[in-house]
Design a protein around this ligand. Sequence first.
Ligand SMILES: Nc1ncnc2c1ncn2[C@@H]1O[C@H](COP(=O)(O)OP(=O)(O)OP(=O)(O)O)[C@@H](O)[C@H]1O
Length: 318
Amino acid sequence: MAHAIEFRNVSKQFAGSRNAVERLSFAVEEGTTMALVGPSGCGKTTSLKMINRLTDPTDGEILVQGRSIRTLPLLELRRSLGYVIQYIGLFPHMTVADNIAVVPKMLKWPKAKIDTRVDELLELVGLPPTEYRYRRPRALSGGQQQRVGVARALAADPPILLMDEPFGALDPITRLRLQDELVQIQRKLHKTIVIVTHDMDEAVRLGDRIAVLQNGHLVQLGSPATVLAKPANDFVADLLGQDRLLKLLRKTTVGAAMARSPITTDAPRIGEKASLEEALLALLATGMPGAAVINDAGRIIGSLSAAEIVGAAKAAAC
Ligand SMILES: Nc1ncnc2c1ncn2[C@@H]1O[C@H](COP(=O)(O)OP(=O)(O)OP(=O)(O)O)[C@@H](O)[C@H]1O
């Protein structure tokens, strides 16, 4: 897989202070999501802003789609990047449609193409065009505004999406819903996404890989399962919280862990797409040693024991 983004020994020092980012190296593969996570001030936003050149590194090199961004014309670079921030900054006097159409208009797309694109994007982010096209941002909830922000970032179909705490200002329920929607959108569009968050749960839910930053340093880089199972140090373990093993079970599906030997006893039934956490809870609730795994059609296709749940969690960590 090609690297969509690569950091090579990147450092950033703002005048008169210690390095905000210190020799950061990592790569984001095309079509995957990288979550940059860590506490306030650890250098997440600075790292993101160096990708779209809102700020430049003091040292090191960043490549986007294999090319150094130092030599890439700024307009060309920015066209390959969609940018979503916490307070999306929709233009209040413009309709939802016009807000989404800003970049296509700049690119001088024909009107019919813009109209079709706006409708397509509104559908994608779950805002029926007939209802929302002509609304002003003030007539939308925070979650709806954030959806419009995502639609706007996707308007000219950039291959890369940079997201800085995109759901940070939302209540927990709306936040969860938008995280799920982003996962669905990503399944359809296969963008390369870099998302900044201080919330480890969000990083685990959205990231194919997680980069944990502390004081500008990369302290761990790995899949959510690896980070959950083997935090690099106490700092990462603290960020993950006491329930990190439960989170690990939440990340793994029954289908990935089951044995392909169907059982037909009165064992509880569990769907193959359910998480291991749900399976474990089903076993605890019924007191049974194993569950029968069923597919979407309700047919038994395998079995899952508590021992297999533990084994799968361990394997996920390798
Ligand atoms: N324009 C700037 N001038 C001087 N220092 C800055 C500037 N921007 C960021 N910093 C400093 O760089 C460090 C990293 O900041 P950054 O915004 O990247 O952190 P963050 O991890 O995104 O934090 P938060 O989650 O609070 O947004 C901080 O110490 C911050 O004070």
